[in-house]
Design a protein around this ligand. Structure first.
Ligand SMILES: Cc1ncc(COP(=O)(O)O)c(C=O)c1O
Length: 409
């Protein structure tokens, strides 16, 4: 009998022993190509030698140096590095352990900075599994059902439909609905923040159109509403630049980072401007483990690896290779409806969601390839390999996927 909780939904039944780069090895010695990457987490691959060395070295010095009690010698260097890589204007950082904690923190900061109480989120969003984060999550009911009452003050605005034939029309309709929300449900004077994933993650790997994000940011600026970019999944090189907002030239007031930030060590960061952080009442937020020294060491090593020449070029090149290969398959298999997403945050949307589990299972059993789905209807296969993936590993994965499409046709 297992003593483990059954609450974890399982993507595979694999029992793994080790991981290296893009591959994991099971306890019975089988090797798999891991294109789930810990749900877009293992940015530098499994056990990158520079990251594991930094973790091991730090573990010898200090495992836990609590941030209220001490300032250890990696906190400022990490903040300084984040200052270099985050959008202009973001110069002050707070650390925690997970994505949900950091989206919660972002909303707390926005409420204190604006003295307003409400938040606007977008249809299909995922911001985490704590109560406020659940209230802000609308990608699937499973994340919310049975947990009511959720915190109030969360208003949902539509996100442009990626499949709409008239993109301008869907963007304009979404912006009009946003305006209507401000007129009918949450007045600007009550609205602390808008939180947006620049590429919708769990909601189906949907890049937010530039004109849509620009329209939202313009409205935030006009009304003094904080614009929070949730880059938990899209950040840290996943889209081929440090952050997805870099592609859009947008400067958020608050940016949420986690997942890829420390190559798999639990770590998250909030970035904001000093003058906003100054409005955050000292002691009103914190946490036992935030800024953990091993996490800081892992994050610094991750940033070092990702700053090496050619790293981001690889993300962009492998992303193009993958999108081209999937687009070619789309021509052959009409069940594939759309291939989308920047860098290595690529979604393949299926006409028929029922096909998705069979394709994923075939890839796993026959191709030894780990893939996951996404989207409200479960009709997206998302491609989120480690960012160090090679051209031949992309070819290998696409071949397994192609075989799965053929076998399940
Ligand atoms: C965009 C986004 N925000 C927040 C979260 C929550 O992160 P965590 O699971 O680390 O709490 C996720 C997790 O998938 C995410 O994709």
């Amino acid at each position: 009998m297992s003593h483990l909780s059954n609450v974890w939904f399982k993507v595979t039944d694999l029992q793994v022993a080790t991981g290296r780069g893009c591959r994991v090895t099971t306890v019975d010695g089988h090797e798999y190509l891991d294109f789930a990457a810990g749900i877009a987490v293992n940015s530098t691959g499994h056990c990158h030698p520079k990251v594991t060395a930094a973790i091991a070295e730090q573990a010898e010095r200090f495992v836990h140096a609590q941030a209220n009690v001490f300032t250890h010698d990696l906190m400022e260097p990490l903040a300084a590095k984040l200052n270099e890589i985050t959008p202009d204007g973001i110069d002050t950082f707070f650390f925690a352990n997970s994505g949900a904690e950091i989206t919660e923190a972002a909303v707390k900061l926005a409420k204190q900075a604006t003295k307003r109480q409400n938040v606007i989120v977008f249809q299909g969003s995922f911001h985490g599994r704590t109560h406020m984060a659940m209230a802000m999550t609308t990608s699937k009911t499973i994340y919310r059902a049975g947990h009511a009452p959720l915190p109030s003050g969360v208003f949902v605005s539509p996100y442009p439909d990626p499949l709409a034939s008239d993109q301008e029309a869907t963007i304009n309709a979404s912006l009009r609905a946003f305006d209507r929300l401000l007129l009918t449900q949450t007045a600007p004077s009550e609205t602390a923040a808008v939180i947006l994933e620049p590429v919708l993650g769990e909601g189906g790997y949907i890049p937010a159109p530039r004109a849509f994000v620009e329209g939202i940011v313009e409205r935030c600026r006009e009304h003094g509403i904080m614009f929070i970019a949730d880059e938990v999944q899209s950040g840290f090189g996943r889209t081929g630049s440090w952050f997805a907002v870099d592609h859009l030239g947008i400067e958020p007031d608050i940016i949420c980072m986690a997942k890829g930030i420390a190559s798999g060590f639990p770590f998250s960061a909030l970035g904001t401007r000093r003058e906003l952080d100054d409005l955050w009442t000292k002691g009103s937020h914190g946490g036992t483990y935030g800024g953990n020294p091993i996490g800081c060491a892992a994050a610094l090593a991750t940033i070092e690896v990702m700053s090496e020449p050619g790293f981001m070029d690889n993300v962009r090149a492998r992303g193009s290779q993958l999108r081209d290969a999937l687009s070619e398959l789309k021509e052959r298999y009409p069940v594939l409806r759309q291939v989308r997403g920047p860098g290595l945050m690529v979604g393949a949307s299926f006409e028929n969601p029922d096909r998705v589990p069979a394709v994923i299972q075939h890839c796993l059993r026959e191709g030894r390839l780990i893939l996951m789905n996404a989207g409200t209807y479960g009709n997206i296969i998302r491609w989120m390999p480690p960012l160090v993936v090679s051209a031949s590993e992309i070819d290998e994965a696409v071949a397994a996927f192609s075989n799965a499409l053929k076998a399940t046709d």
